[in-house]
Design a protein around this ligand. Structure first.
Ligand code: 6PG
Length: 245
């Protein structure tokens, strides 16, 4: 494992949520003290929900860092925000509705317009935001990712070869579970982040974790997450790590 890649194994999913929240808070505070703001992109799926729940309790909820936090999305399913599959809708319930974050610091992906248009619009949202802070490139302070049992991450799926080399910042794809149109950040954006944190929990992830770490021949989306200059941390629980050598 190279110097900028780290693996942390905790005992169970509660500890994963606890450690994830602790790292989120640490990176937020460091980003604010270094640059005056914390810019994060969150993923959907079930794994981050417990961490979001943890962040919406003390000591995190009453911390001042939320005032200078900007939250974007790694990916979104093209469903109404009220639908249970909506990543934004779920985060709103678990986290956003509870924390003291300014409402204009929350940047949901537009899920209710045609997918291509949604991708273009979100790319423009990113361009405008990053230019406003003097950056031509989209460099997030933290990007949170999960993995699927097929090795997908974000909404970048193994069978969709066109996603690997796409130079856009945001694209629309159809796939995954639920199999709907989605918007997703691309590798171009993900790999520029200062910190990337994978949260992986449960024994159904054990085999894919093993092949991502131990099989050099696999070519899967999660394996293409290689930070250009930042750091990558794999936060695994014991079950997800159970097949590792
Ligand atoms: C999404 C995702 C996706 C997710 C993984 C893991 O579907 O919205 O962002 O990449 O992170 O599929 O999902 P689980 O946490 O539910 O296992």
């Amino acid at each position: 494992m190279s110097d900028n890649i780290k693996r942390i194994i905790v005992s169970n999913s509660n500890q994963l949520a606890e450690k994830g929240a602790e790292m989120f808070c640490e990176i937020a505070k460091k980003s604010i003290s270094d640059r005056g703001r914390f810019v994060v992109a969150v993923s959907g799926g079930s794994t981050p929900r417990a961490m979001h729940g943890r962040l919406s309790q003390d000591p995190y909820i009453s911390d001042a860092f939320w005032q200078n936090t900007h939250i974007f999305w790694v990916d979104e399913r093209m469903v109404d925000f009220a639908h249970p599959d909506s990543n934004f809708g779920t985060a709103r319930k678990d986290l956003l509705g509870k924390i003291p974050i300014p409402v204009n610091h929350i940047y949901p992906m537009p899920a209710m317009i045609p997918p291509k248009e949604g991708a273009e619009r979100y790319q423009m949202t990113l361009k405008t935001f990053f230019q406003s802070i003097g950056q031509d490139d989209p460099v997030f302070d933290l990007i949170l990712l999960g993995i699927g049992t097929d090795g997908h991450t974000a909404s970048l799926f193994p069978e969709q070869a066109f996603t690997y080399s796409n130079q856009s910042w945001v694209i629309s794809v159809k796939g995954g579970h639920p199999n709907v149109f989605r918007l997703t950040l691309t590798y171009v954006v993900l790999n520029r982040a200062r910190h990337i944190l994978f949260l992986v929990s449960g024994k159904d992830k054990a085999l894919i974790v093993k092949s991502l770490f131990e099989d050099n021949t696999v070519d899967l989306p999660a394996k293409n997450i290689r930070p250009l200059r930042g750091t990558l941390t794999w936060l695994l629980d014991q079950e997800a790590a159970s097949q590792l050598f």
